[in-house]
Design a protein around this ligand. Sequence first.
Ligand code: NAP
Length: 343
Amino acid sequence: MRAILPPSPPVPSSPADAAPPALTWGDWPEPEAGPGDVVLRVVATAVNRADLLQVRGHYPPPPGASPILGLEAAGYVERVGAAVSGFTPGQPAMALLAGGGYAERVVVDARHLLPVPPGLELVAAAAIPEVFVTAWLNLFRLGRLAPGERVLIHGGSGGVGTAAIQLACARGAVVYATAGGAERCRRCVALGATAAFDHRDAAVDFAAAMQDEGGVDVVLDVMGAKLLERNLRALAPGGRLVVIGLQGGRKAEIDLGRVLAARLTVVGSTLRGRDADDKAALLAGFAREVLPLFDAGRVRPIIDRILPLPEVEVAHGLLARGEVFGKVVLAVPPAGTGPQNAE
Ligand SMILES: NC(=O)c1ccc[n+]([C@@H]2O[C@H](COP(=O)([O-])OP(=O)(O)OC[C@H]3O[C@@H](n4cnc5c(N)ncnc54)[C@H](OP(=O)(O)O)[C@@H]3O)[C@@H](O)[C@H]2O)c1
């Protein structure tokens, strides 16, 4: 099959401002499937910030995962293992992956596969699993966000952020967001946020603004160290800070006095490295609680643009420069096209 080939030998960790290694579309061995697996013929995958880190030798795939990039995909079930029930060949499906999505075919544990919401094209479905499961898990399971509560979503313009704003609104929460620039803030408000704060404007203090509102119950943070002090200040008594990204560094001082006095919770999580059973249980909960929202048209993937998968470097460049609102989808070229073709 054809895939975006992982750099060989693997790239040693390199700083974010160094040029990334070239990503080429070429031939790769077919993945092997076990009895509990499904082979998915990938129609589209989508870019995640984690992919940019992996290319530079950070955030390596967990043990046993494909070295090929790609944390989510949508396509058609091609083959099912002997122990699989609930999926049949030819059926459209979307997959949460620990890797392997940037390819013509991917093997996925059948329990990590979801039906495609009715009326949604596969290129749209490809942009759902990683960011919507992340947003749902961290807002509601870890952040315990309840209807009527206030939530601050950092990076409201990103893949996770655009999913989180919609999910929190659908739950009946009052949503605030941060994004870079007035236009991106405006688009967060159009998605349902009550207000959005421009993180590029040094005069804007989101923590003070949130305190003026009585504080927020949950902060969903993609920045880490850089925002820790302000995030703790933004929280109301009993508030929960959920850290899912470290774009602003991993080490910071914490005022435990504030944590104690305001009875705050600070929690972090990752999705990719969880074991297969844990992910299966999460996806069952996600299917129950979130898929009906897609069916009802209350949430949708926010797609900035769709590019052919071999143009992955263009896509990564757009994300690295902050030129994407929501998601970039990568469409797999039809078999028999392109400079290299294994079939
Ligand atoms: N823990 C997990 O399980 C998990 C899963 C998925 C993703 N993540 C992490 O979550 C983060 C977001 O992922 P993504 O795929 O949504 O990435 P993305 O689409 O590239 O979005 C990144 C977001 O960060 C925002 N941002 C940059 N600087 C900021 C600042 N100073 N203050 C506030 N926001 C800032 C960007 O805003 P502007 O572009 O508008 O400036 C953008 O909205 C990444 O760090 C990713 O690694 C974690």
